[in-house]
Design a binder for this molecule. Structure first.
Ligand code: HEC
Length: 161
């Protein structure tokens, strides 16, 4: 591009800029902010959907439904131990993560976290082998347990079937 062209372009840009009324600029800025904001809101909504979907996959992988029912309504017993309704649980998030990761000692509720007791402290036990009264089913990662709790919270807990 020749120097004169660049100069002309600069001049043109300069005037175009100057000629634009302030309110139009402000409108553009507002539109931009809304677009960016909308984009962020969209991303976090779909990120949440993705986590819930990952949680559902973890629910299927672990086979929680065998004892807790297909939609967490509580198992009927028979071939598998009858797990309670998860729709009616009163556990908070931290207690859910602990129960699912570490199991419920002395009950048929297994510990699902890979590394529970050995690498992650459970119920304040010193790190080491899981206590004998725990059934270890170490098939979930910490991220999967987290996603599973998101899934339970979004789809089951506190909801009628
Ligand atoms: C082999 C059967 C079995 C499987 C499989 C099983 N659970 Fe359980 N679960 C139980 C039983 C039984 C209890 C009740 C223990 C008790 O308190 O007596 C329980 C309790 C729980 C509780 C505590 C509920 C409360 O309000 O106290 C949660 C949460 C839970 N299970 C989630 C899960 C999830 C999530 C999975 C899959 C990763 C799962 N369970 C798989 C048998 C099972």
């Amino acid at each position: 591009m020749a120097d004169s062209e660049v100069d002309a372009l600069r001049r043109w840009r300069g005037t175009a800029h100057r000629q634009q009324p302030r309110s139009a600029l402000r409108r553009r800025l507002t539109a931009l902010v809304l677009m960016v904001g909308g984009g962020v809101a969209c991303t976090s909504a779909s990120a949440q959907d993705a986590t819930v979907a990952a949680g559902e996959a973890a629910w299927d992988k672990a086979g929680c439904l065998q004892c807790h029912g297909a939609s967490g309504e509580g198992g009927s017993g028979g071939e598998f131990p009858a797990g309670p309704s998860l729709r009616q649980t009163r556990l908070d998030r931290a207690a859910l993560v602990e129960a699912i990761s570490c199991g419920l000692p002395g009950t048929p509720m297994p510990a699902w976290l890979d590394g529970a007791y050995a690498k992650r402290v459970c119920y304040g036990f010193p790190l080491g082998p899981a206590p004998a009264e725990i059934t270890a089913m170490p098939v979930l990662s910490a991220d999967e347990v987290d996603a599973l709790v998101d899934f339970l919270t979004a789809k089951f807990i506190g909801q009628q079937q």
